[in-house]
Design a protein. Structure first.
Lengths: 357, 325
């Protein structure tokens, strides 16, 4: 299977491929900005976890191009079923920094009412909050796309997963269904090479992950996930194919530079040298070189963009930290459409305990 | 008024509601051309076509997960599981996705759908075609669980489930799919979710039961009245969650004696929960221990299955024992 790359590690573009893409300098700058915001915010979420303010966080460092590039390629009417490591989707879809922070802090402004950590979803932005158990969201993403097809709504579902998810039955069952019923879906597989500590080579004997698509009768693609221009191009093509009921599976080869979550210690299972090797392929660094070398921005402008983002995020963090937690009652909300008698009894007991404390 | 079996009443409910509401989608293994292995979906494919009556790949996780996605999109899926014994392959979809999407999303999304299919023994079905696995679902916050025992209720409850906003586990006792017949009205009517039914009045003992065991309990009650003059009240729960605690407590306070009858294994069966609730709320109204007549804590056996399932004799013995206190 071929491997698509447009920007190499040194930020040099394949000119012929670059010309085939309908992106302006403004688009490149926007994607750069979204990746930068993702990285700065990601860093803050890590810090907030270390400060004991956030329960857990799954770092995005090194993988920003997949989330931002694919989300940038989608239309507003399209839908997202992300995993817990795609902060870039939220930012590209226009979620405010404050909203994201409130979500992670599980405070009073949190749209998910503090019911779970590390995930996000917002109906208006067409983002469905994921299940933390791996690949469980995939059959539903397929069902969502199937429903859209039955309703003749020309939307596409972007369903995200990582390399580890491909070992699970739900992944197989979802891909199989997508192939049988030709639903408008793109499976976006972020092959970051690690499922916590297990390297992808121990996850499957398949030569690539993309090759798995063949067995489902759907199109497979393999793309450099650290090259946002290739990510965008492949996603754009796949999304429009899916819109015409040809489901696609894309493997984006990338690397998780950070830990699995804040509860993980990667030094136990991989070397410093390996991480540094992949750091050289960093997607943000690569796009920056491209932007500067083509005169789209100057080094000075780049410094001020980064400074502006850092200040903006820090301000939002300071403000979000002042927002109090939600009321105790939220733990009984949204279990059912109503509150049955047994929950009412338990609620009274727990509220009384809470007020006494 | 037409007389229908339980299976026919369910089929009738689906057919009528699908005509009214084009959001309803039926999906499952062999539900189309075959009409379902118990023929509950018979004739639906012919009337509504393959977009609304979907013969699916053999994959419980996909059937349930896809149904959840369709529901989140705004459709009303009715997913058939061929036997509830097979649902475990898709259990993660039910527990982690369907039951939790409303909670997880802070109420933004919901999986308002039905998973329906046969439960219970009595057809010589062996260990994988006979189980009564309601406890797993009752124990999962976010689901509502229904087990009808009469054709009239089956139709009315299925219609209520189709109009409900929550994910519903709808368990159909296969041993009474065709053995119990009743007059069932044409057209729409609802039997409310969360409301039990006192199917027999009595002053001495309350039997709390559901599904096929309602009929065994009624038979035991009739016999014991004739033989010993004991008045047994039989409560058909119909909905297991939310539980109709008012109907239970009213009866318990009247009789002071409780027997719970179910097919599922005894340990941590739903009877344990009902007994605990009665102990918490009405222990001083009791004249004797709360007894349970249940399936055994074994896998469902092929041989002697009629003795694994509570018999009329076992229920009667429990009544006599309880009256001795």
């Amino acid at each position: 299977m071929s491997f698509l790359q447009i920007l190499n590690e040194n930020g040099e573009a394949n000119e012929a491929l670059l010309k085939s893409i309908n992106l302006t300098n403004e688009d490149f700058l926007k994607m750069y900005r979204y990746m930068l915001i993702t990285r700065v915010l990601d860093g803050w979420l890590l810090k907030l976890q270390r400060m004991g303010k956030v329960a857990i966080h799954a770092p995005n460092e090194g993988e920003e191009a997949v989330a931002v590039g694919t989300a940038y390629a989608a239309r507003p009417e399209d839908w997202f079923f992300p995993t817990y490591r795609e902060l870039g989707i939220l930012i590209t879809r226009g979620m405010s920094i404050r909203e994201i922070l409130c979500r992670w802090l599980a405070n009073k402004e949190d749209v998910l009412k503090g019911h779970e950590f590390a995930i996000y979803g917002k109906k208006e932005l067409h983002i469905v909050p994921t299940t933390t158990p791996i690949s469980v969201h995939l059959p539903s993403a397929v069902g969502f796309a199937h429903a859209a097809k039955l309703r003749k709504d020309k939307i596409v579902v972007l369903a995200y997963l990582s390399d580890g998810a491909t070992s699970k039955g739900d992944f197989h069952e979802a891909c199989n269904w997508a192939g049988v019923f030709k639903v408008p879906i793109v499976f976006i597989c972020r092959n970051n090479q690690y499922a916590i500590s297990l390297h992808v080579s121990k996850q499957t004997a398949s030569e690539t992950l993309a090759i798995k698509a063949v067995a489902y009768g759907i199109k497979g693609m393999r793309v450099d996930g650290n090259d946002i221009i290739a990510v965008y191009k492949s996603a754009k093509e796949a999304i429009e194919m899916a819109r015409n009921y040809e489901p696609v599976f894309i493997e984006y080869l990338t690397y998780r530079l950070g830990s699995h979550t804040t509860a993980d210690d990667p030094k136990r299972y991989r070397s410093y040298e390996e991480v540094e090797f992949w750091r050289q392929k960093d997607p943000i660094k690569r796009l920056r070189t491209f932007l500067i070398s083509r005169g789209i921005i100057t080094e000075q402008e780049d410094i001020s963009i980064r400074k502006e983002i850092e200040t903006m995020v820090e301000d939002e963090v300071r403000k979000a930290l002042e927002i109090p937690p939600p009321p105790i009652e939220v733990i009984f909300e949204d279990v059912y459409s109503d509150i049955p008698w047994n929950l009412k009894e338990e609620m009274e007991e727990i509220i009384e305990d809470f007020k006494g404390s | 008024m037409p007389v229908m079996t339980l299976a026919q009443a369910l089929n009738n409910a689906l057919k009528e509601q699908m005509r009214k509401d084009d959001r309803i989608i039926v999906l499952g293994e062999d539900v189309g051309k075959r009409g379902g292995v118990f023929l509950v979906t018979e004739g639906l494919l012919e009337e509504f076509g393959s977009e609304r009556v979907i013969d699916t790949p053999l994959s419980e996780a996909a059937i349930f997960g896809v149904a959840a996605g369709m529901a989140m999109y705004g459709l009303k899926p009715v997913a058939e599981v061929q036997f509830f014994d097979f649902a475990f392959g898709g259990f993660d979809q039910i527990v982690s996705q369907i039951a939790k999407i409303r909670y997880r999303s802070g109420g933004q999304f919901k999986a308002s759908l039905i998973i329906r299919g046969p439960v219970a023994g009595g057809i010589r079905g062996g260990m994988y075609h006979s189980q009564h696995p309601e406890s797993y679902y009752i124990h999962t916050a976010g689901l509502k669980v229904i087990v009808p025992s009469f054709p009239y209720d089956a139709k009315g409850l299925l219609i209520s489930a189709l109009k409900a906003d929550d994910p519903i586990i709808f368990m159909e006792p296969k041993s009474i799919y065709r053995t119990v017949k009743q007059e069932v009205p044409e057209g729409e009517y609802m039997v409310p979710i969360g409301k039990a039914n006192v199917v027999r009045k009595g002053e001495d003992v309350t039997i709390i039961t559901y599904g096929a065991m309602v009929h065994k309990s009624l038979e035991a009650a009739e016999q014991i009245e004739k033989e010993k003059g004991i008045g047994v009240e039989v409560i058909d729960l119909r909905t297991l969650l939310p539980l109709d605690i008012d109907t239970i407590l009213t009866s318990v306070k009247k009789t002071g004696r409780v027997i719970i009858v179910h097919e599922a294994p005894k340990t941590l069966g739903f009877g344990a929960e009902i007994a605990a609730i009665i102990a918490e709320k009405a222990i001083y109204n009791l004249n004797g221990p709360i007894l349970r007549v249940c399936g055994a804590d074994t896998p469902f056996p092929l041989v002697h299955d009629q003795y694994y399932i509570p018999t009329v004799t076992r229920i009667k013995k429990a009544i006599i024992k309880l009256m001795s206190y």
